[in-house]
Design a binder for this molecule. Structure first.
Ligand code: GLU
Length: 310
């Protein structure tokens, strides 16, 4: 076996390698408040199960978590509902764009998986279980603060308002699923909660820290708090691997070989089971809505470290 290379040196090398590519891809502009971010930003943070950290660039700069929040609401909903949740949402890749409605009619309002928008809206609805949006939004934010071990995670109200004002497709998905009785709370309440969870501001450093339990069979290796069971962790990671990047999930698995979840804010959370959590941020997106430079950086990092689940 070849020796494990030095993590800090590898992270620095990957960060430098990305410099000529910064500004590549397209910053999401369908949510107007997201379009203002500087497309040349780049942050990378790795935290190992032993607590070793390595960072590069804008690793401490907060960005919009967007769909990466779906990993955490899925974990919370599974804790509350257990396997019952799978009656309302599947776990198959959709092969469709993140906000596609086409499969929903044939599949009777049950979304393919918890990471496409329709599925995530159902998960948020399940998490609500009759609670008011304000209480659930606070619950999600506080859970993130607990997992990231910091109080410095907040919701960007301007982004949430911008999402609601332009979220016609999400309103369509939610109303359609309500028509199939797969949404229990009022559509407006569920969507307001969903828009707010997507509007959390988080840095790479905080995000990697928050996701670390997924690298350690559900137990935060630093605080020893059991966030979820080992079995659920295995399943959450499996869904991240197969569905974490919408219709480009296969490509991400091919390039990086690790479970990951993208967000249109340009962040990607990636899990190295048994070893580490990685968060990368670069706002320019590829066609599927995954960070263009972020995915390149992860491919390089995973290759240099010899990290892969395969
Ligand atoms: N809030 C975004 C939406 O619902 C999330 C999409 C994403 O990050 O992929 O449109």
């Amino acid at each position: 076996m070849s020796p494990i290379p030095n993590l800090a040196a590898v992270v620095a090398t990957v960060g430098k390698e990305m410099q000529p590519h910064l500004g590549g891809g397209h910053v999401a502009d369908y949510i107007p408040a997201l379009a203002r971010v500087d497309g040349r930003r780049f942050g990378l943070a790795v935290i190992t199960c032993e607590g070793e950290t390595a960072e590069f660039g804008d690793a401490w700069m907060p960005f919009s978590i967007q769909s990466i929040s779906k990993v955490f609401t899925l974990t919370m909903a599974l804790e509350r509902l257990g396997a019952e949740l799978w009656k309302r949402v599947g776990r198959e890749p959709s092969g469709s764009r993140f906000n596609s409605i086409v499969q929903l009619e044939n599949e009777k309002g049950v979304p393919r998986n918890p990471f496409i928008n329709a599925g995530a809206i159902v998960v948020t609805d399940a998490l609500m279980a009759g609670r008011e949006p304000g209480a659930v939004i606070a619950d999600i934010r506080d859970t993130m603060r607990g997992l990231a071990d910091t109080d410095a995670i907040d919701i960007d109200k301007e982004v949430a308002t911008s999402e609601a004002a332009t979220g016609f497709r999400n309103y369509s998905l939610a109303n359609f699923m309500r028509g199939f009785d797969n949404l229990k709370s009022p559509v407006e309440d569920t969507l307001q909660t969903y828009f707010h969870q997507c509007s959390m501001r988080i840095s790479c450093r905080q995000l990697a820290r928050a996701g670390l339990f997924l690298a350690n069979r559900g137990v935060d290796p630093l605080t020893k708090v059991q966030v979820t069971t080992a079995n659920r962790t295995r399943r959450i990671n499996a869904v991240m691997m197969t569905c974490g990047h919408y219709d480009a999930s296969g490509e991400f698995a091919f390039q990086v070989g690790l479970p990951g979840k993208s967000g249109v804010g340009g962040g990607i959370l990636t899990i190295v089971p048994g070893k580490a959590a990685i968060a990368v941020w670069s706002p320019g997106l590829n066609e599927a809505g995954t960070s263009h430079v972020g995915a390149m950086a992860l491919e390089s990092l995973a290759t240099k470290m010899g990290w892969s689940v395969f």
